[in-house]
Design a binder for this molecule. Sequence first.
Ligand code: UDP
Length: 441
Amino acid sequence: MVRPTWVTPPPPGRGRVLHVNATATGGGVAELLHGLVPAQAAAGIATGWAVIAGDHDFFRTTKNLHHLLHGTGDAGALDARAVAHYRAVLAPQARWLAGQVGPGDLVALHDPQTLGLAPALAAAGARVIWHCHIGTTRSGVDGPALVWDTFAADLAALEGVVTTLPEFAPPSVAAHVVPPAVDPDGPKNRPLSPDAVEATLAATGLVGAHPAPDAVATVEQDRPLPPGARVVAQVARWDPLKDMTGVVRLVPDLPDDVHLVLAGVDPTEIPDDPEGLRVLDEVRAERDAMRGPDRDRVHLLLTSLRDETRAALLINAVQRRADVVVHKSLEEGFGLAVTEAMVKRRAVVAGDVGGIRRQIDHGRTGLLVDPTDRSAVLAALRHLLAEPQLRRRLGAAAADVVAERFTMARLVRDYRTIVDRRTSRPAGTPLVATPTAEEAR
Ligand code: UDP
């Protein structure tokens, strides 16, 4: 029988918080849970984390659900067959999970991949919330309404929904507003000396002559990054909405000494993201088509998650090596990669979309740009590259905001608020009682 696997088995008993998502590695939700689950346990909350299984067609449908919630996506592809297959893949896993939980447990289902588990878990007596990390603030798009309609019975089984922005929540369910968080002391973010940064990058062959035999990433480049070159970096999945292709296309119009590093997990290692290879191939084709001197300035870093700690340290080093971090997302629920750059005092140029608007205060903690306006993105990058003092000022203010609003300690408190709130509010009722930190703002 297909069944979920425990990343962190929960302790026996009841009164536990059990997270369920679709992958233990790759992407923001996995990153978040790697921080949140141990932090909740350390705070005295009995916590577990399970990952569901799925096949190619299941993940193609769930990726389409992501895109529909972001206001893109293919409404026609969410047909009866696709939905039936989604339910068939989840049914045995729902039965298995239902046997693991009971009254007093709270199950947090993450993103659309797991939403269909809600009725079975609620029937087993657990409280069920859906933590949806994605959405759009654009009006006039049909995707979200189609998803709410298709999953009406699943949404009805929920006690509440957790979203980064109130606009991301379905209208039929009580919503808690909880932005994600980073762990400033974990390998992804902890301070690294300039020497450590250099050595970590050298081990991949990004700088220096040869990669180490056990390199944690593959580099695709014509020549290594020259010492002292200025660097613009984007760290993201190879997903159309991250617009890595659009970022490569900026290179010919960046100053001649500026190099671009695009870092993303090797798509063959992320089971729930079937689009990765296509996007990576598009980026490769864009680089191949460039004239030599521009191509020399593009460095693709395909990271491997086989050694998660070293992979996290590598991303840490890339973000620290960058003079400017770009995050040219066309839609974003919340860009953890943006917060990771901010905690490292980097100056960030990011798409003025979705949850990124909650992360960056334009002109104070970074620059927000219309990601579809190539000249605006270029102008922001050129401006920051030319102004080291401005970069320092934005970076310092950015780190302060992360310390105040986006730490794991705050996320643990927010989850505790939700656990303690124990609501049986009718659908659609507004936020109440003890607000989460974000609601209180
Ligand atoms: N990431 C990583 N290695 C990579 C590229 C990305 O570990 O090669 C991480 C990145 O540091 C961040 C997460 O993947 O923690 C991406 O989260 P984000 O919220 O930015 O986007 P999502 O993938 O959830 O849409």
